[in-house]
Design a protein around this ligand. Structure first.
Ligand code: ASP
Length: 312
């Protein structure tokens, strides 16, 4: 019988147990579980992997804990500019959006772009015009405010620096709060979606790997679906998500071998800190990272379920 499965992430980085309170850990756990179950329910009801990943990512975007949608970081100008993408492994259809403001759920916009724009990738103010036309939900700037992200930005706004999610300019800690999901449905179709607010204090319209098909997101029924989180510039250079697919397609590697190769060898060799989740068309999933931790969770129809944050 075809196994269906879903895996999600809420970012990777220097996530240490010693720095976490029990209450905060519980909140993260709850946030991951809600998103995981929402996506899994779609699959259980016979829904598509694309709908499952979109649903899970919407839940994570709505959660202020994660650097996507509502909890997005502040740009150099004190705004929120978000990126997202989605890909359907059955058709290779893809939708992506970069540098948009006031969109409640950027993954919803990426999905609309995939379905209705006739294009793959839209950006900035004009993408917002498309969103308005398609009736995508908008929010005012206040909706995206979180004190935590604001304080991070205040700590570095007069500098030229920028930081990945929670990390401060001189901090050794790095955390990447991007969110993502991959799934394999009951028909053996895979899909991936990723969404982010990018980097604190980012400027000049900086875009990371998240909305780039092949870098932060990729899906192909022949191989797998992948969603990445980490230092975007390095994931772009490594063409990380597509590389996992290539290793499976051209080298005959399993999903696990391919994801390990890219995350633990290729990315490490160029200093690319972070991780990724993957699902293949047999319903296998992987969650692999070269950082201290990664907010992650998976559930499948074999009855397996994991919700985890740290290395072990
Ligand atoms: N990859 C994202 C970016 O570089 C950051 C993250 O994963 O948190 O924009």
């Amino acid at each position: 019988m075809q196994v269906f499965s879903i895996a999600i992430h809420g970012g990777a980085g220097t996530i240490l147990k010693s720095k976490m309170t029990e209450a905060l850990e519980e909140t993260y756990h709850k946030g991951l579980q809600e998103a995981l179950y929402a996506g899994y329910t779609v699959l259980q009801k016979g829904g598509s992997s694309v709908d499952a990943v979109k649903t899970a990512v919407i839940h994570l975007e709505d959660n202020i804990l994660f650097n996507a949608g509502r909890g997005s970081v502040f740009t150099y100008k004190g705004l929120h500019e978000m990126d997202a993408s989605v890909m359907d492994g059955k058709t290779l259809d893809a939708g992506a959006v970069a540098g948009v403001s006031n969109i409640r759920n950027p993954v919803e916009l990426a999905y609309e772009i995939m379905q209705h724009s006739g294009h793959v990738f839209l950006s900035g103010a004009d993408a917002k015009e498309f969103a308005l036309k398609r009736g995508i939900r908008m929010e005012n700037d206040d909706y995206f405010f979180s004190q935590y992200r604001y304080d991070q930005w205040v700590a570095m706004r007069d500098s030229d620096g920028y930081a990945l999610d929670h990390s401060l300019p001189d901090a050794k800690e790095k955390k990447f709060g991007t969110v993502g999901a991959v799934a394999c449905d009951a028909y053996g179709n895979v899909a991936a979606a990723t969404s982010t607010g990018g980097m604190t204090n980012k400027k000049y319209g900086r875009i990371g790997d998240t909305p780039l098909i092949g870098a932060g997101t990729y899906a192909n029924n022949k191989t797998c679906a992948v969603s990445c989180t980490g230092h975007g510039e390095l994931f772009i250079k490594a063409v990380a998500a597509y590389d996992v697919s290539c290793l499976m397609e051209y080298r005959g590697m399993s999903l696990e071998e391919a994801a390990e190769e890219v995350t633990m060898k290729k990315l490490v060799s160029i200093g690319g800190e972070g991780g990724m989740i993957g699902a293949d068309a047999q319903g296998n999933t992987v969650m692999v990272f070269n950082s201290e931790g990664m907010y992650r969770a998976m559930k499948n129809s074999r009855g397996e379920e994991v919700i985890a944050v740290y290395k072990d």
